[in-house]
Write a protein of this length. Structure first.
Lengths: 275, 281
C-alpha cells in the first residue's frame, strides 16, 4: 500500500482513523448527551427542533413521592452493598495475594465469575431461591444479590493495588515484631486504602445502575432503576431523562472520586508518611 | 507461600467464599432442582419430573427463540468486534500516551450510566418522529420505520457492549511488541497486510475474549429486544420474563435459563480453546 520510504505513516489513513475514533465516541455518547439535553426540554415527545428550556421534568420527578422513595432505597442499598462488597472483596484479594492453597483456582473462579452470568438468569435464580428461604421481596434481597455481582469488582480493584506492593513489606513487619493483625493494620490497610475507597465508590456506582436483578427480587421496596423500568413499560416519559441525568451525575461523582484516589497519589510512598 | 490454616487467614478468605456459595452457587443449583418441579393450580410443588424439559424442548416457539437469540448474539459479536477494531487500533497506535489515557477514561464512562436510560435515549433518535427521521425529512427522505426493528435491537446490543469490546481489544493491542510491526514494515509488508498478518494474530486472545463478552452480554440481554426491537422476534430472555411473570411457570423458566447457561458455557469453552489454540501454555 505505502511502498514509499515513509513506511509507517500515511496521512490519509491516519486522518481516516482519527475521524473513526471521533465517530465511535459520538455513537457512544449520543444517547448520554441526548438524555441530558432532553431532560431540559419542554416537549412531551422529545425530538428536534428543541422546544423551550424547562425544568418541568425535574419538577415532575421531584414532586413524585414514589421517585423519592425509590431514590432513598437506591441510596441505602447502594451504600450497604458498597461496604459489604468492599469488605468481602478485600478479604478475597488479600487471600489471593498472600496464600496459595489447594483449590485456589476454584476459589478465584467463585470470586470472579458472577458478573459473567446474564443478569436475567441470576435474577430468576435469586428470585426463586430467596423466596424459598423467605428473603425475597424486601431491600435485603436486593442487597444480597447486588453484593454477589459487585464483590468481584471490589476484589479486582484491590488485588491490582496489592500487586503494586513489595511482597517483602509484610514479612519485614513480622520480623520487626508485629503480629499478623498489627501488620495488617499498619502495613496492608494503609497501603491499599486508596483502592479500598475506590472499590467502595465503584461498587456503589454499579449498584446504583443495576436494575435487572433488583427488578426480579425486589417486591415493594423498588429501587430507582426499577422505577425507571416501570416508566419505560408504561408510557414513555421524558421524566426518565431527568432521573437518568441525576443518577449519571451522582455515579460520575463517585467514579471521579475513585479515579482520583486510585491514580492521583503516587504508588507506594504515601502510605508510609501518612502514619 | 504455604502455611497452616490460621484463624487470621480464614477471617479474610472465608467471608467471600461463604457469601458466594450461599447466594451464587446455591441459587444456581436450586435452579437445577426447580426445573424438575411441577406446577399444579398455579402453585409449585417439589417433585422429580422431567415434564418441564420435555414440554419446553417439544415446543417450536422455544427452538425458534433459541435460534433467533443465538443468531442475534453471533451477529452482535461479529458486528461489534468489526466496528470496534479500527477504533481500538487507532487508539492503541495513533494516539499519544496522554490522549490514550483520556480515550480510556471516556470509554469507561458509559459503564456508569444506566443502560436503560441509554436505551430510552435511542428511542428519541429512532422513533417515527425522532431525530434521525426529522433530519432525513429535511432532505426529503423518509420517514423510515427504525424503531421496533432488528436493526434497532442491534444498536441496543452495540450500546451495551461496544465500550467493553473496545477496551478489551485495546488492552490486547497495546501489549503487542512494536518491534514486530516495525519488522513487518521493514520487510515491505503493506499496512493492511500487517494488520491481518501481524497485529490480529498477536492480539488474538484479547480479540476473541472481547467477542465472547459481547456474545454473553447480547445473549442474555432483554432490554434491547423489548424496548428497541419491540419484542419481535422473541428472544430467550423475553421468553424467560414472559414465562416467569405469567402463571407461575418458574420451572419452565428455569429450563430456559439452564439451557442458556449451558449454551454460554459451551460457547465460552470453544472461544477460549480457539483463542489459545497453538499457544504454548
Amino acid at each position: 500500500m505505502s511502498g514509499s520510504a515513509d513506511l509507517n505513516r500515511n496521512r490519509a489513513v491516519d486522518w481516516a482513523l482519527m475521524a473513526y475514533i471521533v465517530l465511535a465516541y459520538a455513537f457512544v455518547f449520543a444517547p448520554i448527551a441526548a438524555s441530558f439535553v432532553f431532560s431540559f426540554n419542554s416537549d412531551r415527545f422529545p425530538s428536534i427542533p428543541l422546544g423551550e428550556f424547562s425544568l418541568d421534568w425535574y419538577r415532575a420527578v421531584a414532586t413524585d413521592p414514589l421517585v423519592w422513595e425509590g431514590a432513598r432505597n437506591t441510596l441505602v442499598v447502594g451504600v450497604i452493598v458498597g461496604v459489604i462488597s468492599t469488605v468481602l472483596g478485600f478479604g478475597a484479594a488479600y487471600t489471593d495475594f498472600r496464600y496459595s492453597f489447594f483449590g485456589k483456582q476454584i476459589y478465584l473462579a467463585l470470586a470472579l465469575l458472577p458478573p459473567t452470568i446474564p443478569v436475567i438468569i441470576l435474577g430468576l435464580a435469586m428470585l426463586a431461591y430467596l423466596s424459598r428461604v423467605n428473603l425475597s421481596g424486601d431491600a435485603l434481597s436486593v442487597i444480597i444479590s447486588h453484593v454477589v455481582v459487585c464483590a468481584p469488582f471490589a476484589m479486582a480493584i484491590i488485588r491490582l493495588r496489592l500487586s503494586q506492593m513489595d511482597p517483602a513489606l509484610e514479612p519485614a513487619a513480622w520480623n520487626l515484631g508485629a503480629s499478623e493483625w498489627k501488620a495488617m493494620r499498619h502495613v496492608i490497610i494503609p497501603f491499599t486504602m486508596p483502592a479500598i475507597l475506590g472499590a467502595l465508590f465503584i461498587t456503589m456506582a454499579v449498584s446504583f445502575d443495576e436494575f435487572a436483578v433488583a427488578w426480579f427480587v425486589s417486591g415493594l421496596n423498588e429501587t430507582l432503576p426499577v422505577k425507571v423500568l416501570g416508566f419505560l413499560q408504561g408510557q414513555v416519559s421524558p421524566r426518565i431523562n431527568a432521573i437518568g441525568t441525576f443518577v449519571f451525575i451522582l455515579s460520575m461523582t463517585l467514579v471521579i472520586l475513585a479515579q482520583l484516589l486510585l491514580s492521583g497519589r503516587g504508588a507506594g510512598q504515601t502510605s508510609a508518611d501518612k502514619e | 507461600m504455604r502455611r497452616p490454616i490460621t484463624l487470621y487467614g480464614l477471617t479474610f478468605s472465608l467471608p467471600l467464599l461463604v457469601w458466594q456459595i450461599l447466594f451464587f452457587v446455591f441459587p444456581l443449583l436450586f435452579l437445577v432442582a426447580l426445573s424438575f418441579w411441577t406446577v399444579k393450580n398455579f402453585t409449585m410443588r417439589p417433585d422429580f419430573d422431567t415434564v418441564n424439559w420435555t414440554t419446553m424442548y417439544g415446543r417450536a416457539v422455544f427452538w425458534q427463540a433459541y435460534g433467533t437469540t443465538f443468531a442475534l448474539a453471533t451477529a452482535a459479536s461479529v458486528l461489534t468486534s468489526t466496528l470496534a477494531f479500527p477504533c481500538a487500533y487507532a487508539i492503541a497506535f495513533k494516539l499519544s500516551d496522554s490522549a490514550r489515557r483520556w480515550a480510556v477514561f471516556l470509554m469507561v464512562i458509559p459503564f456508569f450510566t444506566s443502560y436503560l436510560v441509554r436505551v430510552y435515549s435511542w428511542q428519541i433518535f429512532l422513533s417515527d418522529n425522532g431525530i434521525i427521521n426529522v433530519i432525513l425529512g429535511w432532505i426529503g427522505l423518509g420517514p423510515f420505520p427504525l424503531l421496533n426493528t432488528v436493526g434497532a435491537t442491534m444498536i441496543g446490543y452495540l450500546t451495551l457492549s461496544f465500550p467493553l469490546v473496545v477496551l478489551l481489544q485495546l488492552f490486547s493491542l497495546v501489549f503487542i511488541e512494536r518491534t514486530l510491526i516495525e519488522a513487518a514494515h521493514n520487510l515491505r509488508c503493506g499496512r493492511l497486510r500487517t494488520v491481518f498478518a501481524v497485529v490480529i494474530p498477536s492480539a488474538r486472545v484479547g480479540l476473541v475474549i472481547a467477542a465472547l463478552f459481547c456474545f454473553i452480554l447480547s445473549f442474555g440481554d432483554f432490554v434491547s429486544p423489548v424496548y428497541l426491537g419491540g419484542g419481535e422476534p422473541t428472544t430467550l430472555s423475553i421468553l424467560i420474563t414472559d414465562t416467569t411473570k405469567s402463571g407461575q411457570q418458574w420451572p419452565r423458566a428455569a429450563v430456559i435459563a439452564l439451557t442458556m447457561i449451558g449454551t454460554l458455557m459451551l460457547v465460552a469453552f470453544a472461544a477460549v480453546k480457539f483463542a489459545y489454540k497453538g499457544k504454548t501454555r
